[in-house]
Design a protein around this ligand. Structure first.
Ligand code: PLP
Length: 701
């Protein structure tokens, strides 16, 4: 990896600190001002500075080329915290830079007297540790904020403690004199100024070799040297460079840090820089029902129900009250170690009651992705238990999305990072029955059945464990396969003993106008995964439901569920789900979803006349607007992104899809809100033309 690549691919902070032997304490005896003790058996303050300098030199030596390369890329004066004449100092001067030296061992001017800003500040870790003895380490915050130029760099290092072990340092005449810290006796001074001699364990030794009055130890621990990195990060800097790992396993490193001009928050599937890019991220601060407001007080209608999950909308007091009551009663409970809690038991029972087709067992999870992982593991284990250990491969659709964990990534056709998870589970893609891919002259149902038959072709090898499928493909843009597709799939699964996993994470609990989307197709899955609408997003929660037949294989052999995580069955999450499901049931929100869905489809139907709308499709409150360019071709990703941002600016939040955007409001959405959603969308879509990969405002805009 060259330097450029290193800069682009910084590693996590401090892994060098965690691995290997980083223990070590450098103890040096500092003489007092008494010149009688400044010579001979003790080292003087300045000679201690020299030893620090020597160790720093030894530490930095392998990295001078990288230091020089970093210097070449950063303008401005240089501040060196170390000793004039050190190797690093010489290198800085050789690079013909104006260098200011702050010597931690001198009474040289403090930082407060250094008025200018610097393009590069070099602080060897050891110099920092010595420097930190005399001043508050918080001064580093000031160093960063007052003296680091915009775009400036702080370079530091973490020297390997073995370097200072071999430095020949002794504390005084009482040490073993061979530089081995393990056998070294050190002298400390307590707050009252009394001196004591310690043996290597840190206990008073009672040694007769009492040092001369006025000696003091410098005690530099490896961790203390590493403190600098933490300090730099807490001062708002980000690591932008670190030297590659040494092949000998040394923990020594050189690092460079830059001022962080962006928020440190990562957003899923977005560049790391997105949170700090001005105006890029919409930060929401409050909301109720289907309305949300940003930090400036601007109101938006949430047409995508959060992330398709806010069935009850925001701020439902019944759910909030249930959560509060549960937290007061039992704020945590585990399902590990043969413990349980009432909300988890009640929720499992409730889910079995609601299941689309008879299910027997419930495993609680923390998300849709986790549900996918568990479902696939249960399916694979089921085959092993049934004596079919070669049935390992998992089939998925090439336009599916089942999550972002390792195994769920492997079966998500739309997950761009599938290669990164390759091998987590053996999997293969099947063609998606996407009407846009239906060949000319072939009717859609025939095409869909051909897509299903691709499963049979693979199944003939006898090694397919499961097929995971969204009954309605959400992320792909609300694709609704015909019933014959699922009829054929079910038949193939039965024929080849393939476990059929229905992913109802997005579609479950009324989103499509039925409790579960499987019901539209009379599809009987063996395993169902859920999350999102299970508790309308009031707490992280998901679940996997599986059939009695699968459970039977586990029970026959007395084997355990092969999964568990601390928060599985968290009583607060379960209480939120029970309250949520009760409200959905009591208020008939599933039926309401079907009704409001029709209103929404009618209202969005008006978009169909527009040049850049190809199609509006949906079921219940799960709709998608499919866009096209003026020549009828699909929109480019940047055009979709542009439209998405225009809609946001117009006060309507939707969710981008590969060829358009999805509209999936909360199940409590009102007819007025549906009208508002549709009119805002129409205003935006009618105001632009999509052609040649660009979005052009139409005249009058
Ligand atoms: N399955 C489907 C169908 C989904 O739509 C999603 C998320 O959108 C997931 C699984 C993953 O769920 P989560 O984001 O909760 O991990």
């Amino acid at each position: 990896m060259n330097l450029e690549q290193e800069l682009k691919a910084p590693q996590a902070l401090s892994d060098g600190m965690q691995g290997g032997a980083v223990d070590g304490t450098l103890r040096l005896a500092l003489a007092n001002e008494d010149p009688e003790h400044a010579e001979g058996e003790v080292r003087s303050a300045s000679s201690i500075g020299r030893i620090f300098g020597e160790i720093t030199d030894a530490s930095f030596k392998p990295w001078l080329a990288q230091l020089k390369s970093l210097l070449d890329r950063h303008q401005g004066d240089v501040l060196y915290i170390g000793r004039a004449g050190d190797l690093v100092h010489t290198e800085l001067e050789a690079a013909e830079r104006d260098v200011r030296v702050l010597d931690p061992f001198d009474e040289s001017p403090g930082l407060e007297e250094v008025a200018s800003t610097y393009g590069v500040i070099v602080v060897p870790g050891l110099a920092f540790a010595a420097w930190g003895r005399n001043r508050r380490k918080e001064d580093f915050q000031a160093l960063v904020s007052d003296h680091l130029a915009d775009g400036g760099l702080i370079v530091t290092d973490f020297p390997d403690p073995s370097l200072w072990k071999g430095s020949g340092v002794t504390a005084d005449g009482a040490g073993n004199g061979n530089g081995d810290l393990a056998g070294m006796v050190t002298i400390t001074r307590d707050p009252e100024g009394n001196l004591d001699v310690l043996d290597p364990s840190g206990e008073p030794s009672g040694a007769s070799a009492s040092p001369a009055d006025g000696w003091e130890t410098v005690d530099v621990k490896a961790g203390e040297v590493g403190d600098l990195e933490r300090l730099l990060v807490s001062a708002g800097l980000v690591e932008t460079y670190r030297t590659p790992s040494a092949s000998d396993g040394s923990v020594a490193r050189m690092y460079a840090f830059k001022r962080q001009n962006r928020a440190p928050l990562c957003h899923p599937f977005s560049p790391l820089t997105v949170s700090g890019s001005p105006g890029r991220v919409l930060v929401l601060t409050e909301g109720e029902g289907c309305k949300v407001r940003d930090a400036e007080g601007k109101e938006y209608v949430d047409a995508c129900g959060g992330l398709w999950n806010l069935h009850l909308g925001l701020g439902n007091t019944e759910v909030i009250d249930a959560i509060t009551a549960q937290l007061k009663k039992l704020s945590f409970g585990t399902l590990f170690a043969e413990r349980g809690n009432q909300p988890a038991l009640d929720l499992a029972t409730k889910l079995i009651e609601l299941a689309p087709y008879p299910m027997q067992w419930v495993c609680l999870t923390g998300s849709g992705s986790e549900s996918t992982e568990v479902a696939m593991r249960v399916a694979s284990y089921y085959h092993v238990l049934a004596g079919r250990k070669d049935q390992k491969r998992i089939a998925y659709l090439d336009e599916s999305y089942h999550g972002s964990f390792a195994a769920s990534t492997c079966v998500s056709g739309l997950n761009p990072f599938r290669r990164l998870a390759e091998g987590a589970v053996p999997s293969f893609a099947l063609p998606t029955p996407n009407p846009a891919k239906c060949p000319e002259g072939v009717d859609y149902e025939t095409f869909a059945v051909q897509c299903a038959d691709a499963l049979e072709e693979e199944a003939k090898a006898g090694d397919v464990a499961a097929f995971i499928v969204e009954p309605i493909l959400g992320s792909a843009g609300v694709l609704i396969p015909p019933k014959v597709y699922f009829d054929r799939i079910r038949a193939i699964c039965d024929r080849y003993e393939i476990v059929l996993i229905a992913d109802e994470v997005a579609t479950g609990f009324g989103r499509t106008g039925r409790w579960f989307a499987c019901e539209h197709f009379e599809l009987r899955p063996d395993i169902v995964t859920v999350a999102k609408g299970i508790n309308s997003g009031y707490a992280p929660l998901g679940a996997v439901l599986f059939s009695a037949a699968i459970g039977e294989q586990f029970n026959a052999r007395g084997v355990p569920l092969p999964h568990g995580s601390t928060y599985n069955g968290h009583p607060m999450c379960c209480a939120s789900a029970i309250a949520n499901l009760n409200v959905i049931e009591r208020d008939g929100l599933v039926e309401r979803s079907a009704e409001m869905g029709e209103l929404l489809m009618d209202a969005l139907g008006e978009l169909s006349d527009l040049e850049c709308t190809k199609e509006v499709r949906g079921l219940g409150l799960m709709c998608s607007v499919v866009l096209q360019q003026a020549d009828g071709t699909p929109p480019a990703p940047l055009q979709v992104y542009d439209l998405y941002k225009r809609l946001q600016a117009a006060g309507v939040l939707v969710y981008p899809a590969p060829a358009g955007f999805s509209v999936t409001p909360a199940l409590i959405v009102s007819p007025e809100e549906i009208a508002l959603i549709a009119s805002r969308i129409k205003d935006v879509v009618a105001s632009v033309r999509l052609s040649d990969g660009a979005v052009t405002p139409l005249p009058g805009e």
